[in-house]
Structure formats: C-alpha cells, structure tokens
Design a protein around this ligand. Sequence first.
Ligand code: UD1
Ligand code: UDP
Length: 382
Amino acid sequence: LKILSVIGARPQIIKAAALSRAVRLSFGEQIEDVILHTGQHYDAAMSDVFFSEMEIPPPKYNLGIGSGSHGRQTALMMEGIEKVLLEERPRFLVVYGDTNSTLAAAVAAVKHHIPVAHIEAGLRSFNKAMPEEINRIVCDHCSTLLFSPTGKGIENLIREGFSPASTSPFSADHPGIFHTGDVMYDNSRFYARKAEKQSQILNRYSLKEGSFHLVTIHRDFNTDNAENLNGIFNAISEISGRTDDRFVIPLHPRTSKIMAGALEKNLYKKITENERIVITEPVSFFDMIRLEQSCSMVFTDSGGVQKEAFFFQKPCVILRPETEWVELVDNGNAVLTGAESAKIIASYEHFLKNMSQLTFPDIYGNGNAAEEICRILLNEDS
Ligand code: UD1
Ligand code: UDP
C-alpha cells in the first residue's frame, strides 16, 4: 500500500512522525510511506530538527515553497503536489491538521480522484476568520477517510452531513468517519521518557521544576494585531512582577519578527530587560516536551501545545477566544482568555488556587492512534 504523506508546517512534521513510526515499527512490509514536504516551514528549528530527533525518513520531495500570501503559497503548493501525485499515483494521500499545506494537498488530490485521508478531521473553532477553519472544512469535505482525534470531532462531522453509518468501500461521496484518538498523544507518550533523559534545556536556562511558566504565541490574530500582542505581553509582565516564577517563551519566527515593532516601547523594554523572562528561538520537540513536563502553567495560542499541557497534567491559559479542543475547557483544564490582560491574569490566579483539583481523564485515545489509522488504511485497501 503506497501512501503519500504531505507535510509542511512544524506541527505536521511532528504528527507525521507518529505515522511514520507506526509504519516503521509495525507495518513496514505492508505500507510504503512517501513523504512530500511543501517547504512551508524551512528554518532548521522549524523543520530539520524534528526529522533528526524523531527519526523521520527524509522527504522524497521538498517543494521549497516557503512563505507567502495565502493565495500564492497555496497555489504554488497545489501545482507542485499535483505533479508528484501524478508521478507517484499513491493509493491514499495522507494530510494532517489544518494548514495551507493540508488544503493544497487535499484539493490537488481529490480532483485527480486520489482518495484523501485526513488525520485530525472534524475539529472546528466555528470562527471562519481563522484561515485554519477554512482549511479544515474544505479538507474534510474532500476526504474519503476522516480520522478524528475526539468524540467532539465526530459530532461536528455528523452535524455537517457525514454519516456514521457509511460503510466500506468509502469514497469522497461516501466517506468514512473514524474516532481514532490523537497522534499527538501517541508522540507525547512515546517520547516522554526520552525527553526527560536527553533534553538539556532545564540546565541550559537554569530552570527548576515547577518554578516557571511556558508561553507560546504565533496565531495571526495575536501577532498581526498590536492590541492583542500588547495585551498578552502586558499580562506576562504583570504576573512576573507579582511572583519569582520565570517565564520561558520559545518564540515562533512570525512573532519574533514582529515583536519589536508591535509592542509599546516601554513594554518591550520591560519584557526584554526582565531576567525572569527568557525568550528563545523555537526549541526542539524533546526540549518542548521537557519544558511542558517541568513547568507550572502553560500560556498558549497553539492547538498542539494546549493538548500537550493536558498530556503532562498542566493547566493551560488559552490565548484565544475559542478553541477546537473544547474538552479541555469543559473539563476545567484550560481557560479561554483571548488576549485581554485582565482575563489572562485572572486565569493565572484561578489556576494558582485550583491546580490541585484538576483531573485529567483519557480524552485523546490510548497512545495507539497511528497504528489504528494504518490498520484502517490497510483494511480499506484490501
Ligand atoms: C502556520 C499555519 C498554522 C499553524 C502554524 C504552526 C497556515 C495558514 N497556518 O502558521 O495553522 O498553527 O503554521 O506553526 O498554514 N517563518 C519563518 N521561518 C519559517 C516559517 C515561517 O521565518 O521556517 C515566518 C515567515 O515570516 C512567515 C511567517 O513566519 O511569513 C508565517 O509563516 P506561515 O507558514 O505562513 O504561517 P504560520 O504563522 O507559521
Ligand atoms: N513545538 C516545538 N517547539 C517549539 C514550539 C512548539 O517542538 O518551540 C511543538 C509543540 O510541542 C507541538 C507543536 O510544536 O507538538 C505545535 O505546533 P505549533 O504550535 O507550531 O502549531 P499548532 O499546533 O498551533 O498548529
């Protein structure tokens, strides 16, 4: 069974690692996983580092598309992916998540009648101002096999007209929906011990377990909106003034490029001259997991980091007005604050008081989502 996995952005490389590992360890004789990298992310710290650390085979194709406007980036990707699809003729195109690379690949494949398998199907923020929401909806509606990490994802698909009663053989007109669990949970479980042993990040920044908070910021509505970016950093500065805890902020290049120009001068000075606030380049996956294991609280607008906070049993302040991972909020593990300083600070205070009462039920599967996905692909091929 030949599949073509299309990746491009950091979280997709990480998700593809789970599938690639399942193929290597359990289905090596049955599945050939050809990897195509669109080049959407290209800095070594946003791409190469994950291939070496997570032992992902090098992509057979790298389109080297790089950054650009939505239209240009997506169009160049579609053109490049189409050529490879026609050359390779895979049995399935496998795509991950909700980026422009996901959208481009799904649209290119479905028009050549190559069945699309979407890993992380069914997630919705119900906010179409997010480019990711458009990408998810279009991709799901081009797909033949939809693998949802959560029960909520299945509910969302059913509400959009997908049928749970649909049976094999599936097609784009009669797609199959499957609740498989989350490949990111597979990764966190698989790499937790390795990260604990191998990562040197705590030593590198003289961090003590439980005495720092982890922050990531990269969503366009936070980086490209000065009021939001100021709101978030103002909250960090305020909290830092109230406690000895440190903040560790591995910054996405999108945010580091914009920060000096977007933050009010005084706030920028306060943040960059505060020794308790450590701003770093993006870190490797093992380093990230180590930070998540050891921090006290997580503040993030990332989808993946929200869940990893939960996997490592940390409370999470979500720097967004809504989330696709609603279970985290419903169960009290995370709070939605948007970018409002007062709400961020209030949520920090809330978790300080309530941290010990949080519970962490099994919402994201059993750590074998990638194996389950491989089995479904093989079954559909037979
Ligand atoms: C993309 C995804 C987003 C995902 C995120 C994961 C889309 C529409 N968005 O957002 O869903 O959460 O990846 O990280 O696909 N840049 C670099 N070096 C890199 C990559 C990016 O400097 O290696 C800078 C460039 O200035 C670029 C900007 O970051 O213009 C944004 O990159 P882009 O891939 O367009 O979107 P992300 O914000 O990374
Ligand atoms: N991540 C990482 N290094 C970093 C920041 C994030 O390895 O410096 C990992 C993180 O652990 C998670 C994934 O990247 O597995 C999340 O990707 P990102 O936040 O870029 O995108 P999103 O999940 O929001 O689409």
